[in-house]
Design a protein around this ligand. Structure first.
Ligand SMILES: [Zn+2]
Length: 222
C-alpha cells in the first residue's frame, strides 16, 4: 500500500479541485477533509468546537478563526487522519488561518507534507465553468464537451442534466474575482515560506492526477 500524506489543496473554482481531492484520497487512502462537511458533522456530533461554531452560524456572524481551527483540529485528530494523513480542501482560506493551522499541526506533531495550488488561468476557469452541466437529481458533473451518452439524460440516474442558474458568465466572473481577492494573500503566505507546489490544472482528470501524484511523492521524498 502507498504511504499516506498530509496535504493542503488550493485552487480556484474550475480548477477541478473537488474531483482531484476525491481521486487523491483514494490513491493515498486518506480521508478527504472538506471544511463544509466537517462543519456540518461537528455541529451534528455536538463536539466542543462544533457547538461554538454553531452559535456563530446561528447568529449569522463569521465564525472566528480559532474556532474554525478547533473544528479542523478535532477532525484531523481522529484515528484515520492520525494514522495515514488527510487531504484538506477548503481550508485555510486566509493567511491568518494558514498560520493558525501551521501552529496547531506543529503542536499535534503532524505537519503538512505538501501544499498544492492547482493552477488554472482565469479565462480557462471561466470557459470550464461556463461549459459545466449538472444532473439535477444526483449532482453528477458533465460538460458540453463531455455530455452524458443520451440527450442530456444522466448516465447514472436518468435525471435531467442542466446548467446551474448561478453558472452564468457574470456570476462566474464575480466568484473568480472574490476568490482572487480572498486568496492572493494566502498564496503569498505559502510562497514566502517556499512551501507551495504549483500544478497545471488543464488536461484530463487522469493527466492531472498523474501530475499531482508525481509532484507530491517527489516533495515527500525530498
Ligand atoms: Zn444523475
Amino acid at each position: 500500500m502507498v504511504r499516506g500524506v498530509r496535504l493542503v489543496i488550493l485552487g480556484r473554482q474550475g480548477a477541478g479541485k473537488g474531483t482531484q481531492c476525491m481521486r487523491l484520497a483514494r490513491h493515498y487512502v486518506v480521508p478527504h477533509v472538506s471544511t463544509g462537511d466537517i462543519f456540518r458533522a461537528s455541529v451534528k456530533a455536538g463536539s466542543e468546537f462544533g457547538l461554538q461554531a454553531d452559535e456563530f452560524m446561528r447568529a449569522g456572524t463569521l465564525v472566528p478563526d480559532e474556532i474554525v481551527v478547533g473544528v479542523v483540529r478535532e477532525r484531523l485528530c481522529q484515528r484515520d487522519a492520525r494514522a495515514r494523513g488527510f487531504i484538506l480542501d477548503g481550508f485555510p482560506r486566509t493567511a491568518a488561518q494558514a498560520e493558525g493551522l501551521d501552529e496547531m499541526l506543529a503542536e499535534e506533531r503532524m505537519p503538512i507534507d505538501v501544499t498544492v495550488n492547482l493552477d488554472i488561468a482565469e479565462e480557462d476557469a471561466l470557459a470550464r465553468l461556463a461549459a459545466r452541466r449538472v444532473c439535477s437529481t444526483c449532482a453528477t458533473i458533465y460538460s458540453t464537451s463531455r455530455p452524458p451518452a443520451i440527450n442530456w439524460t444522466c448516465d447514472n440516474c436518468g435525471g435531467e442534466v442542466v446548467q446551474r442558474q448561478d453558472d452564468t458568465e457574470e456570476a462566474i466572473r464575480k466568484r473568480l474575482a472574490d476568490y482572487n481577492e480572498l486568496t492572493t494573500p494566502l498564496i503569498d503566505w505559502y510562497t514566502e515560506r517556499d512551501s507551495l507546489v504549483h500544478i497545471e490544472a488543464l488536461g484530463s482528470p487522469d493527466e492531472v492526477l498523474a501530475r499531482l501524484v508525481c509532484a507530491i511523492d517527489d516533495r515527500k521524498g525530498a
